[in-house]
Design a protein around this ligand. Structure first.
Ligand code: MRU
Length: 344
């Protein structure tokens, strides 16, 4: 499928501007880490694995022209700026820390060699993400019936990753295995990742997709229209509590109420064993203007109070299984996730 989310080209980072989709397909080009950090903060690029890749590429741009002690000093500044952009998706910090480990091992390199090494690592993070998504797709596709209708929330597709997608990777793999698959996509207020992005990329990929408003999920579940729910995650804690786009938790409650399996597609880069449970996951709060304005139009009274948490936490007890690139984890997650993470 020809969706370019992010790429490294001629020592610049290029991204499709996801704020403008589906109306316009505009590619932005970044030459320094500040631009990349701003792109992450303002949601030009979003989705946990995608912002991890962007951060790694941002680090490579940031240390360009430096070596030795100067590179380490520069890294501190660059890492701080990138990590401050969005707190919930652990992939971002994971990718920056991985770049730091390469820097630590590169003391003897000159500036050109170091840049080459950091660039190679950022591109490896990109390539490994696509491979992880494909592997997750294979494991996940076995959980999907034929025919099947999958309900998803937010966008956990090619646009949220280096390519192929996590939750939508499972859908794609099931389709590629010959299964007759269709998707119901929650529109995902307030940023509309479901209706703008999930519907856009599935439609492009000729996978049948039906957009519903978030408050219609209980109705389609109660009408037995849905065989399973598959979502992505920004950070999954050691006990299997899952942080994902706001509105995921109610979906899991509704799925349980209607006896529908609730699956999470989680690359290992998004599983944080240092977080014991969901309560220790930092939840980003975004500007209230995302609620009171849309497309430059006022849709709630000016000056009204708002509360705009970007993510919620689904307790592990509501999660049927967690699909990773090394296999499928089942409860108790404290054991199964640790076992998958430590397996080589
Ligand atoms: O605020 P966003 O759009 O970055 O939130 C994205 C999500 O919540 C996705 O579901 C999650 O990152 C998983 S993407 C593979």
């Amino acid at each position: 499928m020809a969706v370019m989310t992010i790429e490294w080209r001629a020592d610049t980072v290029r991204m499709i501007d996801q704020r403008l989709l589906p109306a316009r397909e505009v590619i932005r080009t970044y030459r320094d880490y500040r631009g990349v950090a701003e792109a992450i903060r303002t949601m030009v690029i979003r989705g946990a694995p995608a912002i991890g890749v962007a951060a790694a590429m941002g680090v490579a741009l940031g240390i360009k022209g430096t070596a030795g002690a100067k590179a380490k000093k520069r890294f501190e500044v660059v890492a701080k700026a990138l990590k401050a952009t969005r707190p919930t998706a652990v992939n971002l910090a994971w990718a920056v820390d991985r770049m730091e480990r390469v820097l630590e091992e590169s003391d003897s390199l000159d500036a050109a060699e170091l840049f080459g090494r950091m660039r190679a690592e950022a591109i490896a993070i990109y390539t490994e993400d696509v491979a992880a998504n494909r592997a997750m797709g294979q494991f996940g596709a076995e959980l999907i019936g034929d025919p099947a209708t999958v309900l998803t929330h937010c966008n956990a597709g090619a646009l949220a990753t280096a390519g192929y997608g996590t939750a939508l990777g499972v859908v794609r793999a099931a389709r590629d295995a010959g299964k007759k698959i269709q998707v119901f996509a929650d529109e995902t207020r307030p940023f509309l990742q479901g209706s703008r992005l999930t519907a856009w990329e599935l439609h492009k990929d000729r996978i049948p997709v039906t957009v519903i408003a978030d408050n219609m999920a209980a109705t389609v579940l109660s009408q037995h229209k849905i065989d399973c729910v598959v979502v992505g995650t920004d950070r999954t804690a050691a006990n299997g509590d899952v942080a994902n786009k706001i509105g995921t938790y109610p979906l899991a409650v509704m799925a349980r109420r209607h006896g529908v399996p609730f699956y999470v597609a989680a690359p290992l880069s998004s599983i944080d064993l240092d977080c014991p449970d969901g309560a220790s996951i930092p939840i980003e709060e975004r500007s209230g203007r995302e609620l009171t304005e849309y497309g430059g139009k006022q849709i709630a009274p000016k000056g009204v109070r708002t509360f705009n948490p970007a993510f919620d936490v689904t307790p592990a007890e509501l999660v049927t299984a967690i699909i990773t690139e090394r296999g499928v984890a089942y409860p108790p997650y404290t054991e199964s996730l640790r076992a998958l993470k430590s397996r080589r």
